[in-house]
Design a protein around this ligand. Structure first.
Ligand code: KIV
Ligand code: ZN
Length: 394
């Protein structure tokens, strides 16, 4: 199961953008106090960077970046900008109380962005990218550059841009798959291409920012890690534009579970479920029941074969100890698919020890009840354990 990282493992910087990309979800806007609450929870969770907002986008976003900068101590606070001087001025102002501030600026590098969004040329885009990184460097040492739609950008041009912005002083280079179009193979190959073809690439940290339009955001971030990514941009519960972003809890738990991947994070995983629920409640965004790691069914076993297996040895059907993410225990859900072992488990939990023959009788009654109603309550079980009939149990 879960182990400790190998000595040679690389630390993956966790850049949480729940409060920026995540908060772009329609109907899920947070006020400043709620954002502060989430930022504090992210700090406690152990994220390395908090993207607190896009200060020029609204007075509320500006204020939130200011207030989060005041209360958060350890993580770097990042503020997003377009490649526009005014945006950068406003972001620098919003970051003035940050103990460690980062300006995250950038521009689109794909043919879509160059020609149909900016009505521009590759040379003009490259020049603007360099100018804006230099401009941001006047305010902060820590400048992250994003090449928007890098996923659909030509690798050769992308490499030229990345090389130029590193020379201009960018310390982190974000390679977003903005539209969630890349396959993991393609995204991994893109990162490898940059590692192999950009001069001084190791002077900057390469960052993965993947969207989930085709359900590949986490797989793409992982493919990036395998090829030299050292920062992953992600959100709690995978929330974000359209189908969302790489989910923090998925990346973190993959790296915790799979010791064959030589990478680790500093996240306190036992705080994952608490943070997931906080974000879900404040943003009014229920987590889908089968969501990996944090869905309510992620540790629920309902079929008889699985329940029997888990009761014999949890690891027969669980690759994560629920306690590792802060869930007290996995659950054995009683349904008409459950077997005797699950029924016996629950009866014992309630203090009933039935003989083999008694259990057989109780089990027959239980099946009738489970077929008739969606869930079987503890009260139902108490009735079953007594001498009552199936009718009594109803
Ligand atoms: O998806 C994206 O490209 C972004 C950038 C603004 C970083 O969110
Ligand atoms: Zn994004």
């Amino acid at each position: 199961m879960v182990g400790t990282p190998a000595d040679s493992a690389e630390k993956i910087i966790i850049f949480d953008t729940t409060l920026r990309d995540g908060e772009q979800v329609p109907g899920s806007q947070l006020n400043t106090l709620e954002k502060i609450e989430v930022a504090r929870a992210l700090e406690a969770l152990g994220v390395d960077v908090i993207e607190a907002g896009f200060p020029i986008s609204s007075p509320g976003d500006f204020k939130s970046v200011v207030e989060i900068s005041k209360v958060v101590d350890r993580p770097v606070i990042s503020a997003l900008t377009r490649a526009i001087e005014k945006d950068i001025d406003v972001a620098a102002e919003a970051l003035k109380y940050a103990k460690k501030g980062r300006i995250h600026t950038g521009i689109g590098t794909s043919p879509y962005h160059i020609y149909s969004k900016f009505n521009s040329t590759p040379e003009q885009i490259l020049e603007r990218a360099v100018q804006m990184v230099k401009y941001a460097k006047k305010y902060v040492d820590d400048v992250e550059f994003f090449a928007e739609d890098a996923g659909r950008s030509d690798n050769e041009f992308l490499a030229r841009v990345v090389e130029a912005v590193i020379a201009a002083g960018a310390t982190v280079i974000n390679i977003p798959d903005t539209t969630g179009y890349c396959t993991p193979y393609e995204y991994g190959a893109k990162i490898k291409y940059l590692k192999d073809n950009v001069a001084n690439v190791d002077k900057a940290v390469l960052s993965a920012h993947c969207h989930n339009d085709l359900g590949m955001a986490t797989a793409n971030a992982l493919a990036g890690i395998m090829n030299g990514i050292r920062q992953v941009e992600c959100t709690i519960n995978g929330i974000g534009e359209r189908a969302g972003n790489t989910s923090l809890e998925e990346v973190v738990m993959i790296l915790k579970c799979r010791k064959d991947i030589p990478a680790y994070t500093d996240i306190d995983t036992t705080k994952i479920i608490k943070t997931s629920r906080l974000v879900s409640n404040l943003m009014r965004m229920p987590v889908q029941p089968n969501k990996a790691i944090v869905g309510r069914n992620a540790f629920a076993h309902s079929s008889g074969i699985h329940q029997d297996g888990v009761l014999k040895n949890r690891e027969n059907y669980e690759i994560i100890d629920p306690a590792d993410i802060g869930v007290s225990d996995s659950s054995i859900v009683l349904t008409a698919r459950s077997g005797r072992a699950a029924l016996d488990h629950h009866l014992r939990r309630l203090g009933y020890e039935l003989s083999h023959a008694e259990l057989d009788v109780a089990y027959s009654k239980f099946l009738v009840l489970a077929d008739a109603q969606k869930s079987v309550s503890d009260e139902d079980l108490r009735n079953l354990a007594g001498t009552g009939t199936v009718e009594d149990a109803r």
